[in-house]
Design a protein around this ligand. Structure first.
Ligand code: SF4
Length: 392
C-alpha cells in the first residue's frame, strides 16, 4: 500500500477507528513498554534483543526507571495518551496500574490509555484493577490462534480456542469501555481470520485490527522457518500479508458488517505514526539553531575541533554577526544553524582559509539518544604530517 492510498483511506475512516488508533496516527500516543516479559513465544514476535524477555521499561525510545521520567517524556512528546505494551503488561499488573493511575492523575481523565495483552492471564480481578486504574481500551491478541493452532489439522483446536476467546472478550466488555482484537496478517490465513472475525462480531466486539506481518532482526529466522519470505529488498514486509489483510477487510465491508476491520500496514507505522510523533518531540526539544525536517528529524551544523584556539577565527565571526551557537567542551564541538555554517565555510574556502577544524551537517533523531542518521561533510581539517606526529 502506498502512502497516498493510505492517507485517502484514513481520511475516509479515521473517526471509525478505535480511539487508541486515532491518537496513535496523529502521533499523540506515548508508547509505554512496561516489561519485556512474555511467555507466549510467538514466532513472529518483533521485539528487539535489548527488550525481549527483559524486565525493562521504555517510554518511546527512552529507557526509564520511574513514573517521573515517563511523565517527562509525555510532556516532551506532547502526548495526549499512552499505549501500554510489552511483553505482556499483565505479567507486571501492579506496575502497569501504578503508571496508568499516575498518568491519569497528572494529565487528567481525558488522557487516553490503551493496553495490549493476550487472553492467557485475563480474569475478573485483573480487569477490575485495570478499570480502577483508568484503562480506556483493551487490545486482545489471540496468540494461540496464530501459533499453536496454526496450520492444517488443527481446526477443532482453533474452534475451541475461539469459544474461549469469545468468553474472555465478553468478560473484558463488562469492565473496559472499548475492546479491540488485534492480530497479525498471516499470509493465506484469510479463511481462518474471517472465521475469527465473525465469531467476535457475534459477541459484540466492534473492532478488529490486522497488522501487516514484518520481519525484524529477532523474528527473521523463525519467519523463514515457517516458510514466509520478504516481499522485496527495500522494506521489511512479508510477501502475501497485505493481500490477506485486504481480502479480510473487503469481506467484512461487502457484508455491511458492524465490525470495523482496520488494516495497519507497516507504512502507517513508519511513514505516518512515527513521523508525527517525532515531529511533536522535535518541536519541543529543538535548539534555536536547529532545523526540523518534514520527517521530524533535527539538522544542525557541527564544528569539530581539537583546541579552542583553532576555532578562534570562527568564534569571532559568530560573535560579530550575533549568530546563536553552543559550545560543547567535552565533545570539542560547536553547534549552530546548518545553513549559516555552510555559508561561513564557503566564504572561508573562497578566501583560501587554512582550516584547523572539521565541519559537517548532522541529521539526527529528536529522541533521547539523538541517534545520528546522516552526516554531510563540509570541510575536513587538513593536518600536516608534523601535526599528526606531534599528536596535536
Ligand atoms: S504476545 Fe506479543 S510480546 Fe508476547 S511473544 Fe507474542 S508478539 Fe511477542
Amino acid at each position: 500500500m502506498d502512502i497516498q492510498e493510505l492517507k485517502e483511506t484514513l481520511s475516509k475512516n479515521m473517526d471509525k477507528l478505535p480511539l487508541g488508533c486515532q491518537y496513535c496516527i496523529r502521533g499523540e500516543k506515548l508508547v509505554l513498554f512496561i516489561t519485556g516479559l512474555c511467555d507466549e513465544n510467538c514466532y513472529y514476535c518483533p521485539i528487539s534483543e535489548k527488550r525481549k524477555g527483559k524486565d525493562v521499561i521504555y517510554a518511546n525510545e527512552r529507557r526509564i526507571n520511574s513514573i517521573e521520567e515517563c511523565i517527562e517524556e509525555c510532556i516532551l512528546c506532547g502526548s495526549k495518551g499512552a499505549g501500554i505494551t510489552g511483553g505482556n503488561p499483565l505479567l507486571r499488573l501492579e506496575r502497569t496500574c501504578k503508571y496508568m493511575k499516575a498518568l491519569k492523575e497528572r494529565f487528567g481523565p481525558s488522557f487516553h490509555i490503551h493496553l495490549y495483552t493476550t487472553p492467557t492471564y485475563i480474569d475478573e480481578d485483573k480487569l477490575k484493577a485495570l478499570k480502577e486504574a483508568g484503562l480506556d481500551e483493551i487490545r486482545i491478541h489471540p496468540t494461540k490462534y496464530f501459533n499453536e493452532y496454526y496450520g492444517e489439522g488443527k481446526e477443532k483446536e482453533r474452534k475451541e480456542y475461539v469459544k474461549y476467546l469469545v468468553d474472555t472478550l465478553k468478560l473484558c466488555m463488562k469492565y473496559i469501555k472499548d475492546v479491540v482484537v488485534e492480530i497479525p496478517s498471516i499470509p493465506n490465513y484469510e479463511k481462518e481470520i474471517i472465521y475469527l472475525g465473525e465469531a467476535i462480531e457475534r459477541a459484540g466486539v466492534r473492532y478488529l485490527n490486522i497488522n501487516q506481518l514484518e520481519y525484524s532482526e529477532t523474528n527473521y529466522q523463525s519467519l523463514r522457518e515457517m516458510g514466509f519470505v520478504e516481499k522485496n529488498d527495500y522494506t521489511s514486509e512479508i510477501l502475501g500479508s497485505e493481500e490477506t489483510a485486504r481480502k479480510v477487510v473487503e469481506y467484512f465491508r461487502k457484508k455491511g458488517s458492524k465490525l470495523m476491520v482496520h488494516y495497519c500496514p507497516s507504512v502507517l507505522k513508519d511513514g505516518i505514526q512515527m513521523k508525527n510523533r517525532l515531529l511533536k518531540r522535535a518541536e519541543n526539544v529543538a535548539k534555536d539553531y536547529e532545523v526540523i525536517t518534514e520527517e521530524g528529524l533535527l539538522v544542525r551544523g557541527v564544528v569539530s575541533f581539537r583546541n579552542l584556539r583553532d576555532v578562534k577565527d570562527l568564534l569571532k565571526i559568530l560573535e560579530y554577526n550575533q549568530v546563536p551557537y553552543e559550545i560543547d567542551l567535552d565533545k570539542k564541538s560547536i553547534y549552530l544553524n546548518p545553513y549559516i555554517l555552510e555559508e561561513i565555510v564557503e566564504m572561508l574556502k573562497e578566501r583560501g582559509y587554512r582550516f584547523k577544524f572539521s565541519a559537517y551537517i548532522s541529521e539526527r533523531y529528536p529522541t533521547v539518544d539523538g541517534l545520528e542518521v546522516e552526516r554531510i561533510p563540509l570541510v575536513v581539517e587538513r593536518r600536516s604530517l608534523r601535526d599528526i606526529r606531534r599528536g596535536t
